[in-house]
Design a protein around this ligand. Structure first.
Ligand code: SF4
Ligand code: SF4
Length: 192
């Protein structure tokens, strides 16, 4: 037969000893390894009853924030999309109409705002670039799914609830360093 490569494997034809033939020593040594794991510290947890502590610098899925009066902060300026290295953000701007002052803080707002979570690398550049403090990364997870389309998160997934009791706390992300950074480049907007 013609060989298709120069690789060769030497197959051992050594006859098995009695000890090897009865398999018992191999089974016992395997069981010793198995039982020794019973007394080690477990690396798994009983999720979702038990949840892991996230690292202080963990960055999960984004939230679009509202102001104290419940109005959307995002003005669809597009800076987050420009800053995004993964080109994960898309949006469509719209003009605020009379009577919508309670919904949108400024004259322009994002009628459509989408993040493709399959592209997002959770770098946080969108958060840094935002002059309105409208987008923050949170400790929330992106859930697994069978459909690629379900990883496109729209406003219905990203926008925080109007109810003040259910707002998303982003104080961990609003660190003094981050606020100083925004102030330095004149991006800080909300506390003016
Ligand atoms: S975290 Fe990074 S990759 Fe994800 S949307 Fe923001 S800028 Fe893009
Ligand atoms: S940078 Fe901020 S305000 Fe501008 S589009 Fe992005 S989230 Fe909205």
């Amino acid at each position: 037969m013609q060989r298709i490569s120069n690789k060769s494997i030497i197959v051992s034809d050594k006859t098995m000893s009695f000890r090897e033939k009865i398999y018992l020593p191999a089974i016992i040594s395997g069981m010793i390894i198995t039982f020794s794991h019973l007394f080690r510290k477990k690396t798994t947890i009983r999720y979702p009853e038990v949840k892991r502590e996230f690292s202080a610098i963990y960055r999960g899925r984004q939230v679009l924030k509202r102001d104290d009066e419940g109005r959307e902060r995002c003005t669809a300026c597009g800076l987050c999309a420009v800053a995004c290295p993964a080109e994960a953000i898309t949006m469509m701007a719209a003009e605020r109409k009379t009577g919508e002052e309670n919904s949108y803080r400024e004259e322009k707002y994002a009628a459509v705002y989408e993040i493709n979570m399959l592209r997002c690398i959770f770098c946080g550049f969108c958060e840094e670039a935002c002059p309105k403090e409208a987008i923050f990364l949170t400790e929330k997870l992106v859930f697994s799914d069978y459909e690629r389309g379900n990883f496109i998160y729209g406003k219905q997934d990203l926008l925080e609830p109007v109810d003040p009791q259910n707002r998303i706390d982003v104080s961990k992300r609003e660190t003094p360093e981050m606020l100083a950074f925004k102030q330095e480049i004149n991006l800080r907007h909300n506390k003016k």
